[in-house]
Design a protein around this ligand. Structure first.
Ligand code: ASP
Length: 403
């Protein structure tokens, strides 16, 4: 039977843990052990470099497309502004809540030896005003080359905005869409070596770090799940109950098909048709509102993804023993909120976009490999949260328009 990529990644992950632990326990001549660890490092680095290579192009092109596709914002005026504001506010809350809990529970801080962090420079953090000023690039091409994420995002939003507001830009728009598809295709090639890459990275980690890493990884995993539920209960449910005047049981039974579908596909985009049907048929959301808010939400609203990124960033900083300062948190909130706009609603993109948040605060991208092994299930759950948010906003906007 042919195994899916997800299964292969999982197998790579689990066998990496077993191999790494055995390597740490069994006594073999240290010369051999060093050679094996060296080989694992090499394999892991190949995979990491392939991922790193794609971060800037993915962010740049998907964000341009995300913004360029919002072409009917201005025609929809009020509804557009209202829904975009709610989407961005809930994402902002999601990432703030996740950073709060990640700081409270500090996943990853109980590993005795700090991971070796190559190539990071922990210089004095810039001030808040400097961060704001730094968002504007001196030279956007230089920012692309250096991978300055906020600057890249800023420039991409402007290009996307300009594309969506000029009629003559059809060919260019198509170019960006095509290029984005090509980059996604390259990503799918790179993911073919993910099982082997993850095996190497995880085996090396466990050979050198031992059991404490697993415990910390489980802590990370459970914390993301907890914050996903917390955000849904504390941010979405009160709005649905009190503003939407809806019984929660009725709400969940109304969107259950969309939830099931998003859980099994891990894709808010693929779920669009089902979410649309649910909000129209079960909650009588008007056609013009549903057909605008749901696809928009599936494109720019990723609260679940932002939550994973917040917890993962603190986890990775702890693993590498790097302190995050107030300005780093501001950067994380800004970057993750924007990353949510740029994340395509397809499986596994959120974890790649995590690279952009890590880059922004100077954390090593190696961290992605550590969380990637447990990301598949988290992706299923966070996509449910993303889709619940889309449905919630659609119902709320419908209600407010009636008023
Ligand atoms: N799978 C998520 C979605 O489609 C995106 C991600 O976080 O990877 O909403």
């Amino acid at each position: 039977m042919k195994k899916s990529l997800t299964e292969k990644i999982f197998i790579g992950f689990v066998s990496g843990i077993i191999f790494g632990l055995l390597l740490g326990i069994i006594s073999i001549p240290s010369l051999y052990e060093d050679q094996i660890v060296l080989f694992l490092s090499f394999g892991g680095d190949v995979f990491l470099k392939l991922i790193k290579m794609l971060v800037v192009p993915i962010v740049f092109f998907s964000l341009i497309n995300g913004v360029a596709n919002l072409q009917n914002i201005s025609s929809l005026g009020r509804i557009g502004i209202k829904s975009i504001s709610i989407y961005i506010t809930t994402t902002f809350l999601a990432i703030s809540i996740s950073l709060f809990f990640a700081n409270l529970f500090q996943p990853g801080n109980e590993i005795d030896t700090n991971f070796e962090a190559n190539n990071i420079n922990v210089s004095n953090p810039p001030s808040f005003l400097e961060i704001l000023l730094n968002i504007i690039p001196n030279n956007p091409f230089d920012s692309l080359v250096r991978g300055e994420m906020l600057q890249v995002i800023f420039f991409a939003i402007l290009i996307g905005g300009a594309l969506s507001s000029t009629k003559e830009s059809k060919t260019l728009k198509k170019f960006f869409v095509d290029f984005n598809n090509i980059i996604m295709k390259v990503l799918s090639f790179v993911m073919l070596v993910a099982p082997a890459g993850i095996f190497c990275l995880i085996a090396k980690t466990f050979a050198t770090q031992g059991l404490s890493s697993i415990i910390e990884l489980i802590k990370y995993f459970l914390l993301v799940i907890f914050v996903l539920f917390f955000h849904a209960s504390v941010v979405y449910l009160p709005v649905i109950k009190f503003y939407g005047n809806l019984n929660l049981k009725k709400f969940f039974s109304g969107i259950k098909e969309a939830l099931l579908f998003s859980f099994s596909t891990s894709s808010s985009s693929a779920t669009i048709p089902i979410t649309l049907q649910c909000v129209k048929n079960q909650f009588s959301v008007k056609e013009n509102i549903a057909s605008f808010t749901i696809p928009l939400g599936a494109t720019i609203n990723m609260d679940g993804t932002a939550i994973m990124q917040g917890v993962a960033t603190v986890f990775i900083a702890n693993l590498y023993g790097i302190d995050l300062f107030f300005t780093d948190y501001v950067s994380i909130i800004l970057t993750a909120t924007l990353a949510s706009i740029g994340t395509a609603g397809v499986p596994g993109v959120g974890i790649i976009m995590l690279g952009m948040v890590l880059n922004q605060v100077g954390l090593p991208l190696e961290g992605i490999a550590i969380v990637m092994g447990v990301d598949r299930f988290l992706d299923m759950l966070r996509t449910c949260v993303n889709v619940t948010g889309d449905a919630m906003v659609s119902i709320v906007i419908n209600k407010s328009e009636k008023k």
